[in-house]
Ligand binder design. Structure first.
Ligand SMILES: CC(C)(COP(=O)(O)OP(=O)(O)OC[C@H]1O[C@@H](n2cnc3c(N)ncnc32)[C@H](O)[C@@H]1OP(=O)(O)O)[C@@H](O)C(=O)NCCC(=O)NCCS
Length: 169
């Protein structure tokens, strides 16, 4: 996977090799307000702050945030679950002003590396079929379409594509 070549560990945090001012780290309670604001800016049916709070306490969840620059404000996040040898990427978003600068790719690479380390052999996710930027990102990271879930999303109603990738190593 590209992630190990693209990131390095420093003091328990991941510093990106391609985005020198980006830091990836585990989310904490202090991040939830910023994460929920990005969520509301990104989705028509956003998760609530309490849903994110609950995920922080879940042992099965991997919850990463990306920060950029000296201010260290949260610019994106990823949440994944691992059940036995299967992982699900539950949520991924980058604040609108930061999109297209590599952060989504960094978060996805780090999330895939984290689920692989926890024993996942395959990763799954759902995505709106019209979400071209997310589909381009997932395809660039080796995901391909497995099936379709009819009218899976609300606001607006839309089918989901279920994507899958096999993890190496
Ligand atoms: C999807 C999302 C997370 C991508 O984050 P990002 O920081 O803009 O993505 P990146 O700049 O890291 O781009 C990653 C890859 O995706 C592709 N990509 C991203 N945006 C794209 C766009 N608008 N058009 C075409 N390709 C795009 C690029 O090819 C890039 O590949 P590379 O890493 O090999 O260069 C971001 O657009 C977002 O938050 N969208 C709203 C929330 C959302 O839809 N989340 C996904 C739910 S399933």
């Amino acid at each position: 996977m590209g992630s190990s070549a693209r990131t390095s560990t420093r003091g328990g945090r991941l510093r990106s090799a391609v985005n020198a001012d980006v830091t990836l780290r585990a989310a904490s309670a202090d991040d939830i307000r910023a994460v929920a604001a990005i969520e509301r800016a990104s989705f028509g049916d956003p998760w609530s702050e309490s849903a994110f709070d609950e995920l922080l306490r879940s042992r099965s969840a991997i919850f990463l945030v990306a920060t950029r620059g000296e201010e260290k404000s949260v610019a994106g996040y990823l949440i994944a679950f691992v059940f036995a040898d299967e992982a699900e990427i539950l949520n991924l978003a980058v604040t609108p002003a930061e999109r297209g600068r590599g952060l989504g790719g960094e978060l996805l690479d780090a999330g895939l590396e984290a689920v692989r380390k926890r024993g996942a052999r395959e990763a799954f996710l759902e995505v709106r079929e019209s979400n071209a930027s997310a589909l381009a990102l997932y395809s660039s990271r080796g995901f391909s379409a497995l099936s379709r879930r009819g009218k899976y999303y609300r606001n607006p109603v839309e089918d989901a594509l279920v994507l899958r990738r096999v993890m190496e190593g």
